[in-house]
Design a protein around this ligand. Structure first.
Ligand SMILES: Nc1ncnc2c1ncn2[C@@H]1O[C@H](COP(=O)(O)OP(=O)(O)O)[C@@H](O)[C@H]1O
Ligand SMILES: [Mg+2]
Length: 365
């Protein structure tokens, strides 16, 4: 049996999620998981990081490294797990920028891994995306490898993660696993909520604001005409494509709750539309399995169920993977394989030239 710890902090900058996984042959089980929210100050600095000068980034890299290390130490101590029992620790790092289609394609995840290696004394695998990009890929999404590993032996299913960005994988027996970014996940809703609350609220907890607003379906449908949604996979979203400027351009005129309601519907619509265009023609999909913070938003899930009916829409928790633990479990798996020199890469999802071992290893003791 192999134990590995994974740390994930996505574009939402809500905090760091940790998962302890147990691997036995091909079977993977999440033994424990947790999400530690970032302080308001750290969150604001992360969100401002794309505009920072080198001194600010230099500091943030080390600060995040310490935050991740402290989170891992506390997580293991609370559960009575000895660090020395871990085969590997995976740390995705905090995404600051991801620009796969810029003139010089690049991506930047911060959180110096040396602090984890120093505190835990076991190998730490970090920085998974650059190798994929060096091999011609877009550096995202990484999760189709995990989805294939866990769900690839059964009937065809779609795995949908709704973090800051949305991404989908299609896996199943006899299928070549693949996946792509479906578009914005929670990022637009989060931005609108932050804007309307003057920064007091970070997201629309339980869809309470969206429930009060009116959905402008015509607006949502017209936004689907944007080129990103039509472009066939492999594709990953530039993290700057759906930001403040986008929101200001298309949603300035809507009353606040209506904007949140419409963005919630729009997010579900981009997902359903992507399935119709790119997934349903490839396979007889049996079920959609949703994970990430978006799975905790009942209004978003309601739209998704209506738009995808009669396809059953469930959460990953119903398959034993808590919705906030799936991506950190994915990073734990990638790390466990990387230290064994085994591929941890679905190159068809990113457009890379072939399978690679992703991640850089910081040795333990
Ligand atoms: N109870 C909830 N109700 C509605 N949305 C939620 C809830 N909990 C989390 N979220 C959403 O999920 C996001 C975090 O999801 P996560 O999967 O961690 O994304 P990322 O991988 O980008 O960090 C939050 O920013 C918020 O939009
Ligand atoms: Mg998160």
């Amino acid at each position: 049996m192999t134990l590995a710890l994974g740390l994930m902090s996505g574009t939402s900058a809500d905090g760091v999620s940790l998962a302890l996984i147990e691997l036995q042959g091909r079977s993977l089980r999440v033994r424990a998981h947790d999400t530690l929210p970032y302080s308001g100050g750290l969150r604001r600095r992360i969100l401002a990081a794309p505009g920072m000068k080198a001194a600010g980034l230099c500091e943030l890299n080390f600060e995040l490294g310490r935050v991740f290390s402290a989170a891992a130490v506390r997580f293991l101590r609370r559960r009575g797990v000895k660090a020395s029992s871990l085969a590997a620790v995976g740390s995705h790092g905090q995404t600051i920028l991801h620009l796969p289609r810029a003139r010089v394609p690049s991506t930047l995840q911060l959180g110096e891994p040396s602090f984890l290696a120093e505190a835990l004394g076991v190998p730490v695998v970090s920085d998974f995306r650059p190798r994929d990009m060096a091999a011609g890929g877009e550096g995202a999404p990484l999760v189709p490898f995990f989805d294939d590993y866990v769900f690839g032996g059964g009937a065809p299913v779609v795995l949908q993660n709704i973090g800051g960005i949305g991404n989908a994988s299609l896996v199943g027996r006899g299928l070549e696993a693949f996946g792509f970014d479906t578009g914005p996940g929670n990022c637009l809703m989060d931005l609108a909520v932050r804007r309307m609350s003057g920064g007091r609220l970070a997201f629309d907890r339980d869809g309470r604001i969206a429930r009060r607003g009116r959905v402008r379906e015509d607006l949502a449908r017209s936004l689907l005409r944007q080129p990103f949604f039509r472009r066939p996979p492999p594709k990953s979203l530039e993290r700057t494509e759906f930001g403040e400027a986008y929101l200001a351009k298309h949603f300035r005129k809507l009353a606040d709750a209506d904007a949140v309601a419409t963005l919630t519907f729009f997010t579900a619509l981009t997902i359903a539309d992507a399935y119709r265009r790119f997934l349903f023609p490839r396979a007889e999909v049996r079920e959609a399995v949703v994970s990430g913070g978006g799975a905790l938003n009942p209004v978003l899930m309601g739209h998704l169920r209506r738009l995808l009916a009669p396809l059953p829409v469930r959460t990953s928790a119903e398959h034993g993977l808590p919705v906030m633990a799936k991506e950190s479990a994915m990073i734990a798996l990638l790390a466990a394989l990387a230290v064994q020199g085994r591929t941890n890469h679905c190159f068809r999802a990113t457009g890379a030239r072939g399978p690679r071992v992703l991640g850089k290893i910081t040795p333990g003791r």
